[in-house]
Design a protein around this ligand. Structure first.
Ligand SMILES: [Mg+2]
Length: 377
């Protein structure tokens, strides 16, 4: 089985009617990239990479698509049997660009799983549970409002909460943590500053919230700043943004500067590298939250998956055998979301799960899978 085609799509990923705020920015939609790989036997696999806006990651969406357009022609004709082989091939073409390589890695795992009739979890060693707890990320806001929303989300069924912090006076973050704790008593709580706190403010938050159990997630910008907190704070520290590749995970573990990780599949380069990081963490008894960078992920409430069609009809570029066929990659047309909403109003509600859509421009059948709107990273 060999790779016959590589397709790259730009996908507009709107949030579910809200603004997603982190310390470094506010967003109502994200620019995501979907990759489809088709084998010479007709089996196809899908992958996706989404950098969560221009300031969350060093990578950005246009860069991922540019890298894919350069790398994809070299994949055509290569065996589709081993993602690791393909990863070496991609590394030989481009240094870095983990987010772009992740989309290929994910698509290949999907393709190989389908070809062999196996779920991807079996390719990665097998599932150890049939339930995966999700969490709800709460943007910074008025402390009373955040506390009320936190109670609502717990009542909806979320077992975990993540409070975004940083980018504002530390007093507000401290007040928010106290009010959420008083309103919910949630013991599975993370305070995620997305790199934005100074060590001084981390020490204040740690001291002023000493009796409240939570994890401090990526409190400061650099691994060195986080390392300087070791032994000075009482709350456990997880690294997130500082783990840009496997070497960063190994460095943090060897230096002993954190108590766990929030690992992103696209930041590390795909499910293959993520599984390696998972195994290394397991060997050192370090917990990891394995997360996608938005894209289509579960958003559970009241015990049932809420699936919504959050992706726009993708503008398409098709890379086959070194040539680009079809229209170039471009953003969705102005007003496209409104037209789609009107069209949806006249159609029956989409069934849960995979959904097939026919491209209005080309008439070619596109499959847009599992398109739920999301609001956390
Ligand atoms: Mg985080």
């Amino acid at each position: 089985m060999r790779i016959a085609e590589v397709h790259v799509y730009r996908v507009d990923l709107p949030l579910n009617g809200t603004i997603y705020r982190m310390s470094e920015g506010s967003y109502t939609a994200f620019d995501s990239t979907v990759v489809r790989i088709v084998s010479d036997t007709g089996v196809s696999g899908w992958g996706e990479t989404c950098p969560v806006g221009p300031t969350y990651q060093p990578e950005h969406a246009l860069g991922a698509r540019a890298a894919l357009q350069h790398m994809a022609p070299g994949l055509v004709g290569r065996p589709a049997a081993g993602p690791r082989q393909v990863r070496r091939l991609l590394d030989a073409q481009r240094n870095g660009h983990n987010s772009a390589k992740a989309a290929v890695d994910i698509a290949l795992h999907d393709l190989i799983g389908k070809a062999h009739g196996l779920p991807v979890c079996d390719l990665l060693g097998g599932a150890v549970t049939d339930r995966v707890p999700s969490y709800c990320a709460l943007s910074p806001g008025d402390p009373d409002d955040v506390a009320r929303l936190a109670a609502e989300k717990l009542a909806e069924g979320y077992p975990r909460l993540q409070l975004k912090a940083g980018g504002r006076p530390a007093d507000l973050d401290i007040e928010t943590i106290h009010k959420v704790w008083e309103a919910t008593g949630c013991t599975r709580l993370a305070v995620d500053a997305n790199r934005a706190l100074t060590t001084r403010d981390v020490l204040r938050i740690d001291r002023d919230c000493a009796d409240i159990p939570f994890v401090l997630e990526q409190p400061c910008n650099t691994m060195e700043e986080v390392a300087s907190l070791r032994g000075r704070v009482t709350h456990p520290i997880y690294l997130d943004e500082n783990t840009e590749d496997l070497n960063d995970v190994l460095r943090a573990i060897s230096l002993g500067i954190c108590d766990g990780f929030g690992l992103k599949v696209t930041r590390l380069g795909g499910v293959g590298p993520l599984a390696t990081a998972r195994d290394v963490c397991e060997a050192r008894s370090l917990p990891q939250h394995l997360r996608r960078h938005l894209g289509r992920r579960h958003h559970r409430g009241r015990g049932r998956a809420r699936r919504r069609h959050g992706a726009a009809a993708p503008a398409r570029g098709r890379v086959v055998g070194g040539a680009v066929h079809g229209p170039p990659l471009r953003p969705a047309e102005p007003g496209a979301r409104r037209r789609r909403a009107r069209a949806r109003a006249g159609r029956p509600r989409a069934r849960r799960g995979a959904r097939r859509r026919r491209s209005r421009r080309s008439g070619r059948l596109l499959r847009v899978t599992d398109t739920r709107r999301v609001r956390s990273s």
